[in-house]
Ligand binder design. Sequence first.
Ligand SMILES: Cc1cc2nc3c(=O)[nH]c(=O)nc-3n(C[C@H](O)[C@H](O)[C@H](O)COP(=O)(O)O)c2cc1C
Length: 329
Amino acid sequence: MKIRTLDIKGLTFLAPLAGITNLPFRQLVKECGCAVVCSEMISAKGIFYNSEKTLTLLRSQPEERPLSVQIFGSEPASMARAAAFIDKSGTADILDINFGCSVKKVVKQCSGVALMKDLGLATDILKAVRGATSLPFTIKIRTGWDRSGDQAMALAQTAQKIGVDAIAMHPRTATQGFRGTADWSQIKRLKTAVDIPVIGNGDINSPEDAAQMLDQTGCDAVMVGRAAMANPFILSQIESFLDNGRYHPPAPAEIFKKMERLTTLYVDYFGEETACKMLRGRLSWFVKGLPGASGFRRQLSQLEGQKQAIEMIRSYEAGLGDDAKATVN
Ligand SMILES: Cc1cc2nc3c(=O)[nH]c(=O)nc-3n(C[C@H](O)[C@H](O)[C@H](O)COP(=O)(O)O)c2cc1C
């Protein structure tokens, strides 16, 4: 798959997830085998005003490339300035605009999915950003405010005309939030409405789901969000399944190794105190389905130090019976 000048080796994208797809998490997912990782959504205004907190979100490491950096906002000028800044910084391989966030605070500012019902403003933003960067340029959209999907098709065709290079679609409506199911038929419709690559997203929970989405919709690649939070191996499992029809679910030993790795990456990036607070939740996602997971989660709720985290992980692993250790998750 090619997005403008960027050759992508593989078919999997890690979805942008605010509060989750920070640099250390992206590094972990990349190490697990994912073609393209995406940043959290980053405020264009924050970049425009040089907000230190916002600029931190732009930090990147060479090992995670190719990296897609997503911005959100509602002012063409600040969006263009942010795009030019990101282009110049050399940290991104793809620049993405968020047309899908349905969080009240974002919608109120006429950003995210709110732009899908204002094609005029969306057009101005797309033109301004396309004029400000030669980076491969993508957008991430929903179905729109209503179920018909007409807003998505209109925005997609406009975007293609302006020079957007690929479109990711999460086919739920704005009002739906995350309820109900993703309507993959809208991805199929989008694929026939535009010639640029389409990345399908929504409710992929297994390699089989990914294969089904590709098959049903004809999309060019798949994007996985929530399923990767608990199982970062899912992206390499998808790559393997699409390549040769097989995939290998991680053995508990691999999961524990990744938990230790995430601990190290988080502590290095956030510092021990903040990292440990965040890891209380993050590490608990990884042990879903393993025997004794609830006891481990209770212990994690008291987590305060890196050494303690490693000891907790190792002692949990050592306490698992041989049967459980051999069990695939
Ligand atoms: C916690 C969380 C944070 C999210 N943050 C973003 C974001 O920053 N930008 C964006 O475009 N979508 C965001 N999304 C939407 C996801 O990228 C994705 O479209 C959605 O979760 C559907 O895919 P999935 O079923 O694979 O999770 C977020 C979703 C969740 C659950």
